[in-house]
Design a protein around this ligand. Structure first.
Ligand SMILES: [Zn+2]
Ligand SMILES: [Zn+2]
Ligand SMILES: [Zn+2]
Length: 314
């Protein structure tokens, strides 16, 4: 249930990150603007408030994306949609890299607290900015929007940032697959509790609650499935003589790679990169741990057409 690029249109590109806006965003913006019309004397302030919410979410997502890049990971897309933003980040599969990529998002909201308070203080102390009750209300709304987003994201329920931070910390102690499994299961319990709490606190926003908790619940399910794949991968023997240039992990042994010639599965690390069935060499070999494609030569394999398959013990 992740928003896809097909329902979105490109807005701009910054620091190599493409930002897309989902069409649904306009629908929710219209609803939100029509609900809060009495908050200000002029409608323009409502628009400014909604655009600020948009800006804060965008800064948060850029926090994730740029931190992920810093760890050597991939992050080149952000989609903004009614339930917030989604930064498609793929940090290297190391707990510290994952932890920094996740924590940098909420950290942006923490840094925004003194910025917004500074504007309020400058207005009260020196009369900076507009001298209108609307501007005062706007700054106070901005403070609460940012604080609300920070508090909600830090709820320690997977896949919210708080839950993912806990998962990364757990990764240091119990490994990648088990930490994700624990996070996904406890996350599912947490999402049900979150749904019940929101329905009691704001019964009139039941549709929003169902949408957001349904979205989070589907993430728990896919997290759980992914943890099982990772667990299966961890149980396989490894080829200690090879390491992925990206994540530095040794590839697992087994017929996990499909031959482009005969479509049968084979293990290029035990056959010198050549299919043992039809002798077709494999030029690109993806890493099952991090998903990155590498040429066979980058793995230290130099496949030759028709070469005898050599066996490397795993
Ligand atoms: Zn986040
Ligand atoms: Zn890798
Ligand atoms: Zn083949």
């Amino acid at each position: 249930m992740l928003p896809s690029r097909s329902g979105s249109f490109p807005l701009f590109r910054f620091a190599g990150v493409r930002v897309y806006l989902h069409w649904w965003w306009f629908l929710f913006a219209a609803i939100d603007l029509s609900v809060r019309t009495r908050a200000y004397t002029s409608f323009a302030w409502n628009v400014a408030e909604y655009l600020s919410l948009f800006g804060i979410v965008l800064l948060h997502e850029f926090g994730h994306a740029l931190a992920c890049r810093q760890t050597g990971g991939k992050a080149d897309e952000i989609i903004l949609w009614p339930l917030g933003g989604v930064a498609f980040v793929q940090p290297p599969p190391r707990p510290a890299a994952e932890l920094w990529s996740i924590a940098a998002g909420p950290l942006v909201n923490v840094l925004l607290v003194p910025v917004i308070l500074g504007f309020s203080w400058a207005r009260g102390e020196f009369g900076w900015g507009l001298d209108s009750p609307d501007y005062r209300r706007f700054l106070s709304a901005l403070f609460w929007i940012n604080a609300g987003l920070l508090a909600f994201n830090l709820v320690p329920v997977y896949p919210l940032d708080g839950g993912q931070i806990l998962r990364s910390i757990l990764w240091f102690f119990v490994g990648r697959a088990r930490s994700l499994r624990i996070a996904a299961i406890s996350g599912a319990v947490g999402v049900v509790a979150l749904a019940a709490t929101l329905l009691v606190l704001q019964p009139q926003r039941w549709l929003f609650t169902l949408l957001i908790t349904g979205f989070l619940g589907s993430h728990c399910l896919s997290g759980f499935r992914h943890s099982r794949q990772l667990q299966a991968l961890e149980r396989l023997p490894r080829h200690p003589g090879f390491t992925c240039p990206e994540c530095r992990m040794s590839p697992p042994g087994g017929p996990l790679w499909r031959c482009a010639g005969c479509h049968q599965g084979f293990d290029p690390f035990s056959t010198g990169g050549v299919c043992p069935h039809c002798r077709t060499p494999r030029s690109v070999i993806p890493c099952p741990h991090c998903g990155t494609d590498h040429p066979a030569s980058a793995w230290g394999l130099a496949p030759r057409r028709g070469a005898d398959p050599r066996v490397i013990d795993v």
